[in-house]
Design a protein around this ligand. Structure first.
Ligand code: CP3
Length: 355
């Protein structure tokens, strides 16, 4: 049923042998691509791209058409679709990032939050997934995704992006039971949302815990990792006769790799602050690793980019279990040719690390 022409991304996540190291980029469909900017202008705004399956499919495929060596596609959407479906009223103010019309401040606000039904309330995402799967026609696997409960909670409580998470941290320490109720509702929502994506055709899923690394060690375990573990244990792990690998990405989570590796996922995403070889020794055989080039290396010249790719490949060393990626999303200012140099370097230099 799954007729994949290129499955090295899925194989590497399961530590099965590959010919070369697979590569994709977080935010690979985005503003650094002129064709993305043109589609967004046509759609009107970012959320109209996400809510229309044809547009979402068009921008998902753009980086693959430009860089045929990419080994995976990622659903074009946003992590904030869940809070939007819970009635928070998501909108984007140009140049200011995401905002919510309603903010979650009290226990009563949290008690009133519904758990979205993926088909009824997030049907546009399920449609995007099935449309993209059809159009990919087996070229590469499709990645579905969600935010982690903690990361989603920061946006819901702050009402948007934040530097210090003042309100969210105050809620966590003042009324931990209220925070736990919010995180529990989010974990239930994320589980059924990701399972919906898997049933619609996502062949791997990634949980973005962008702000987990901002917590203390103890708070990370209790308020972020515990809920990701709960989600992982509720996910569909096999579909269409193939394993559906799960990737956990806690940005700035390098100090906690051993415990994240114990959460039940198949792979961990790493940012650039940790050494890949050292991370591999620390997690042992438990999980595959994804990452971890500093995205700002893409501002440097192609020769410097190629040198950094070689260094990271050597640091992981021989054998499967590495998916090359950036340590966080590609930024709008990067020249597309530099992204191309990065992607081709991974295949060009990684053959020697595989049998
Ligand atoms: O990786 C991909 O290519 C898939 C698409 C994707 C987007 N957002 C598209 C997007 C994914 C996986 C995300 C995840 C996301 N969204 C995260 C977690 C990952 C991360 O980067 O840390 C977070 C925290 C968000 C919330 C969010 N969405 C913010 C803070 C912003 C504004 C950021 C900015 O650069 O202005 C968005 C908007 C957004 N999501 C854009 C894209 C392509 C830019 C929208 C535009 O075209 O103006």
């Amino acid at each position: 049923m799954t007729d994949l022409k290129n499955d090295r991304f899925l194989r590497a996540l399961l530590k099965q042998p590959v010919d070369v190291t697979p590569v994709w980029m977080m935010r690979q469909a985005g503003r650094y691509l002129p064709e993305y900017r043109a589609s967004r202008a046509k759609a009107g705004d970012f959320m109209s791209l996400c809510k229309n399956a044809e547009f979402a499919c068009e921008v998902t495929l753009q980086p693959l058409d430009r860089f045929p060596q990419l080994d995976a596609a990622i659903l074009f959407s946003d992590i904030l679709t869940i809070p939007d479906a819970m009635g928070q009223g998501l909108y984007f103010e140009t140049g200011e990032g995401p905002r919510f019309k309603k903010v979650v401040s009290t226990l009563a606000d949290i008690e009133a939050l519904p758990i979205p039904d993926p088909q009824k309330d997030l049907g546009y995402v399920m449609n995007a997934v099935s449309t993209i799967r059809r159009e990919l026609n087996g070229r590469v696997p499709l990645i579905g995704f969600s935010g982690s409960p903690w990361t989603l909670a920061t946006y819901m409580v702050e009402g948007g992006s934040s530097k210090d998470f003042r309100k969210t941290k105050a809620m966590l320490y003042d009324t931990p039971q209220a925070m736990h109720l919010l995180l529990d509702k989010l974990a239930q929502s994320v589980t059924s949302y990701l399972n919906g994506q898997i049933l619609a055709g996502a062949q791997a899923v990634q949980i973005f815990d962008t702000w987990g690394g901002n917590l203390s060690s103890a708070a990370y375990q209790e308020f972020s990792l515990a809920y990701m573990r709960k989600i992982v244990s509720g996910l569909i792990r096999e579909h269409e006769g193939r394993k559906v690998p799960v990737i956990l990405f806690t940005k700035n989570g390098g100090l906690w790799l051993e415990s994240i590796a114990d959460a039940g996922a198949d792979a961990l995403g790493l940012d650039w602050t940790c050494d890949l070889g050292e991370a591999r020794r620390r997690v042992g055989n438990k999980v595959a690793l994804q990452g971890n080039m500093d995205p700002t290396v893409l501002y440097a010249n192609p020769e410097a980019i190629r040198t950094e790719v070689k260094r990271i490949l050597a640091s992981y060393g021989k054998g499967s279990g590495h998916v090359f990626n950036l340590g966080h999303g590609i930024t709008p200012e990067v020249k597309p040719e530099h992204a191309g140099a990065f992607i081709s370097a991974v295949h060009e230099f990684s053959g020697q690390y595989h049998e």
